[in-house]
Design a protein around this ligand. Structure first.
Ligand code: MG
Length: 249
């Protein structure tokens, strides 16, 4: 079931989204060689709690931290650890959510640590741009497939692949709601987009093939071929005037 939100609910949800966006920005500013992923997680958790919100991910299906932090060939769901130290040239994907006044805000971004390779920078840029391509196509009267197709076309035209095994999603009072928002698909297909829908759109893009595997920790998702991966996500609302990004810092 797709839960549509009233204007008032979207306004309240935008508070949670702002907290999530500000927390992500703070973590991004702290990404540098020598920092552990648990230090980054601590920044996220402290900030979210300081705003009177609760980290959406902590305890979700047993996830042990406020942020998922995934490095290089890790796609998503990396578990923060004080043994995991960021090195020069790494790309660091951070995904986090905040729960506030009954609603979740969910967002993600990939940050460079120090100087990174031109290939890594191009991957990050392409993934971020593909997110905005998807958002641009999240119009009332359109279909989920319009978003999916826009992302896939943008990414594949640049020689990369979109992860298929994990997808974006509705978001609201629950962290994961219907409908699913795949990063691949056919425009004109799928659920119709209507005002009041709130969606987390989140392309995960690999330099190599799209296949992924999960580590024995049960969480960390890696590219099967070992290639680099990047991830960007915004929570948006479909409004009568078009898409509105809610996760703005
Ligand atoms: Mg998400």
């Amino acid at each position: 079931m797709i839960v549509l939100k009233t204007d008032r609910e979207i306004r309240i949800m935008s508070y949670a989204c702002r907290i999530a966006a500000e927390a992500l920005k703070k973590v991004g500013e702290a990404v540098e060689p020598g920092v552990s992923t648990s230090e980054l997680n601590q920044i996220a958790e402290s900030y979210i709690l300081s705003k009177g919100a609760v980290p959406s991910f902590k305890g979700y299906n047993g996830f042990p931290a406020a942020a998922c932090i995934s490095i290089n060939n890790e796609v998503i769901h990396g578990i923060p650890s004080n043994k995991r130290i960021i090195r020069e040239g790494d790309i660091v994907s951070v995904d986090l959510g905040a729960f506030y006044e009954g609603y979740h805000g969910d967002n993600a971004a990939t940050f460079p640590a120090g100087r990174i390779s031109p290939e890594a920078q191009r991957l990050i840029d392409t993934t971020r741009e593909s997110l905005y391509e998807g958002i641009k196509n999240a119009r009332p009267g359109g279909r989920i497939g319009d978003i999916s197709s826009a992302i896939q076309k943008y990414v594949e035209a640049r020689g990369y692949s979109v992860v298929r095994q994990f997808v974006g999603h509705g978001v609201g009072a629950s962290l994961h709601e219907s409908p699913e928002v795949p990063n691949y698909g056919i425009s004109g297909r799928g659920v119709r987009l209507v005002p009041g829908m709130t969606l987390a759109i989140e392309p995960m893009v690999n330099i190599g093939r799209h296949e992924v595997r999960v580590l024995p920790d049960g969480w960390t998702v890696l590219t099967l071929d070992g290639s680099l991966s990047a991830h960007f996500e915004h929570t948006i609302a479909i409004t009568p005037d078009g898409p509105k990004i809610l996760t703005v810092a």
